[in-house]
Design a protein around this ligand. Sequence first.
Ligand code: IVH
Length: 663
Amino acid sequence: MSKAEAEKKIEKLRQEIRHHDHLYYVLDKPAIADREYDKLFRELKELESQYPELITPNSPTQRVGGEPLKSFKTVTHKTPLLSLDNLMDEDELLAFDKRVREGLGVDKVEYVCELKMDGLAVSLVYKNGKFVQGSTRGDGIHGEDITINLKTIKAIPLVLKDEVDLEARGEVYLPYDHFIKLNEERQEKDEAIFANPRNAAAGSLRQLDPKVTAGRPLSIFLYYGSIEEKVKTHYEVLQYLKEQGFKTNPNTRICEGISEVQKYIKEWDEKREKLPYDIDGIVIKVNKLHDQQKLGFTARAPRWAAAYKYPPMQSETIVEDIQVQVGRTGAITPVAHLKPVHLAGVVVKRATLHNEDEIRRKGIKIKDHVKVQRAGEVIPEVVEVVKSKRTGHEKDFHMPKECPICGSKIYKPEGEAIARCINFACPAQVMGRIIHFTTREAMDMEHVGPALVAQLVEKGYVKDAADLYSLTKEDIMKLERMADKSAQNVIDSIKASLDRPFDRLIYALGIRMIGRRTAQLLADNYSNIDELAKASEADLSQIHEIGPKVAEAVAFFFKQKGNQRLIEKLREAGVRVKGQGARGKGPLTGKTFVFTGGLTNYTRPAAEELVRKLGGRASSSVSKETSYVVAGTDPGSKYDKAKKLGVEILTEGEFQSLIHKHK
Ligand code: IVH
């Protein structure tokens, strides 16, 4: 392909990918399978690595790029990001409406009601339709430049439909399902858990390393735009933002007069628990821009808008007992068994207590009166003890010394929060591992749910995940409520999982500390399961982002005889145990490259990609194992370290000829 042809193809691929990102992340209506999307993406990456000079900062491949920052730059907002006055009840709402009506000299006002997302306000600046800068609200006047992190959010278009200049503002949030998963992963890694999705979103956006942000599936709703287009109402502004490719909340509504606003507020108070994200109220805005101007601002907030706050979804109940659950890694989680209580529309009977330290920290005892909180579909949590209601009959909870399922010893390593059942063959762990293997994010066996796995394990049909592959339709039909058709579905979905991408398998194995992202990293760096299984802790630590604890967990996993047998069985069953050839054997296999300083002809990711394409490995830290350090302009401390260790140092030119020699 000539360069001109490549350029055309690249543009076409980018447009296609943007279109599918928009369908998936903005409209929530994917039109193609993940695999087809991945194919487009790979094709683009491939072409870009052949022609690094054609890479533009707004290419879909550049969402995660760049080196970690040392700190965020400060930006001054063009116009301040104001706050909103809060309305705590009906009276305050009516008083707000009265002020607005009097200010405008009318009897009835047209409002726009929006859900008040509980996330983080950001400002996005576009020039000629290209995303150029994104920042946090900060103190309203000055924010932090978090452009590289915002670029990782796929719902944020990097290129708009038209080549316009505009500033859009919105709320970045983390949907509940991802919030729960993130906390589970953090708990697994003994990291502090986030108290709520808002904190998780804030923590994720303020990461100095954009790769960390990229691993957190954040999203955004836009609620404001300073646009060139001549429009008359706020609602039209939102329509315009939507047309340009932004995600706006579909539940926004025009309300004629305050009575319709009241209806909207009531309606969403009842429905909010069903939303897949957290809201803490309703924002009411005067719709006509002309009226907004007339009302103006106070120093703190607009006079034409206000936030009606919902009370948090909390109820009070009694902890009847505290029992423990055993997870797939043997983690013992204490769970509060509650006197059933209505909480935001559902009856709650249990609440997670996370671990023993959490119980001590909150001072929870059996028979305590407690406040429980539920954020949407999130497992309810005990917020606090109502100490004033103590009678003196409350009892302390003590962690059992033995696993309630298998009776083995429970072990809590020094300095860690989580206690574990040490028996790898504990039925609770076996079941948990198999369930994990089948989940959507792992091998995605659509018709194999937890209840079915439980039956299969109890009946002795499966003892490990690999046994699923030798099940027959007849076996399945022997289970409860399994007709011909549903049994066939089970068999089909097990079969369909044979060909999942390599990173899914790595994740599915349930190695401690390995979440989806780390699994992907491992798949990028090892071309098949044998290579990965052979990797030493030192090899693994070479990979950027893989720390010593994770390296240890991976190496430990593959050393276990039971796991080696499991992998053998999976291979025999026909499960795909290699990558898609992304990093097959090549002339640079066994060679590790580290880049330092600026390159003139490549972006850092493109250069690393070239190395990987030829079978080599790109790492971010220099060690004795490093084969070459490529030093660009202003090389950093890696250069000095390479010299000290006697690692061969290449200039960019030398690197280029090395690549060309092998191409
Ligand atoms: S409008 C001048 N709309 O609430 C208009 N804000 O308490 C200011 N928020 O900092 C904001 N959802 O972070 C607006 N639909 C929405 C919102 C919203 C959430 C947040 C935003 C703002 C805070 C003000």
